[in-house]
Write a protein that binds this ligand. Structure first.
Ligand code: PMM
Length: 314
């Protein structure tokens, strides 16, 4: 990907300012390429995920939900078996396998494009055999040193997320002097590390890891700097950027009641749609969401916005 423009010309309409963001490339090979920001629908097969814990805990319910998300317009369905909510404890690998493999198998049999949300190479490997086509590793290869080699050998796309440690203590690590610079630097080190293990750079998607060792102000700073994230502040290459803002606490806090009570998770779905629109307009490659229809509409609005803005500056 190359930037569309290094700035907006004097006299260009305000909409053109979005193009100071970045052009969206086609993303890693083997994934849907509809020429717009993708929508990744979330199926957490967990009893305790912070946003939808318990709702799809059971293979039949989870497969049904994944099918529904795909029908509603999800380009990829992300299946995870381990909660990463702040404070969560890890589960054993065999329990994670038991939760996700039947769901991935079921969805893949219905030709739904599936990603596996896991930090374990063992789970990723089984998921790829079951039909998953993308590995979404919130630890960016840090939690399991075998993960980058597994992904490299399989030749599948790999989401490398910014991460500073497991959920039970990640919020203690939400300390930054300059969050955008530090996240770019740390992600760049992870990208270099996984490439050194054999991962093809064209298979890498980067993700700032909203809410993972981040306070609300960190999340907002990252969201308005997607172009810097895409280049990892000058890595000499541009990477597709995935954003996972859906139902996160920073949205619930933004929408808090006058007494300060945060908005419950499902009550921030409209705010998620707003973030998707803004991120897609700025050139994000994919938005990971719990509810698809509004986000899908938001992406279409954003694409029309980008097209009009592009016309205005060319
Ligand atoms: N967030 C969660 C889980 N997986 N994966 C990526 N790539 N990016 C994210 O921001 C992300 C993720 C936590 O949210 P959930 O428990 O509601 O799924």
């Amino acid at each position: 990907m190359t930037p569309v423009t290094s700035g907006t010309p004097a006299g260009a309409p305000p909409g053109a300012a979005w193009l100071a963001g970045m052009r969206r490339g086609s993303g890693p090979p083997g994934l849907p390429d509809p020429g717009r920001c993708l929508i990744m629908g979330v199926v957490n097969v967990t009893p305790d995920s912070f946003s939808d814990g318990g709702a799809w805990f059971g293979a039949d319910a989870a497969i049904g939900r994944g099918r529904q998300l795909a029908t509603q317009g999800a380009d990829i369905v992300d299946v995870g078996g381990e909660s990463t909510r702040p404070g969560a404890q890890r589960i054993p690998a065999d329990e994670e396998l038991r939760r996700v493999i039947p769901v991935i198998t079921g969805l893949a049999l219905e030709d739904v494009p599936v990603s596996v949300d896991t930090m374990r190479a063992e789970v990723a490997e089984a998921a790829l055999h079951a039909g998953a086509g993308l590995v979404n590793d919130v630890s960016g290869g840090l939690a399991d040193p075998d993960m980058p080699r597994l992904v490299a050998g399989a030749g599948v796309p790999y989401v490398v997320m910014h991460w500073r440690g497991h959920s039970h203590r990640m919020q203690d690590r939400a300390i930054y002097a300059d969050v955008v610079t530090e996240v770019c630097e740390e992600l760049r080190r992870r990208v270099d590390a996984v490439v050194a293990e054999g991962v093809d750079p064209s298979m890498i998607v980067v993700d700032p890891g909203l809410g993972f060792a981040k306070q609300p102000e960190h999340n907002w700073a990252l969201l308005v700097n997607l172009a810097r994230l895409s280049t990892l502040d000058g890595a000499g290459q541009e990477f597709p950027v995935l954003i996972g803002a859906s139902r996160k606490r920073f949205l619930g806090r933004l929408l808090a009641a006058p007494d300060g009570t945060p908005r419950p998770f499902a009550g921030s779905d409209d705010a998620t749609v707003a973030v998707t629109a803004l991120a897609a307009a700025a050139g994000a490659w994919c938005s990971r969401v719990h509810e698809v229809p509004g986000n899908s509409d938001a992406v279409h609005v954003a694409e029309a916005w980008r097209a009009a803005a592009l016309e205005a500056v060319t």
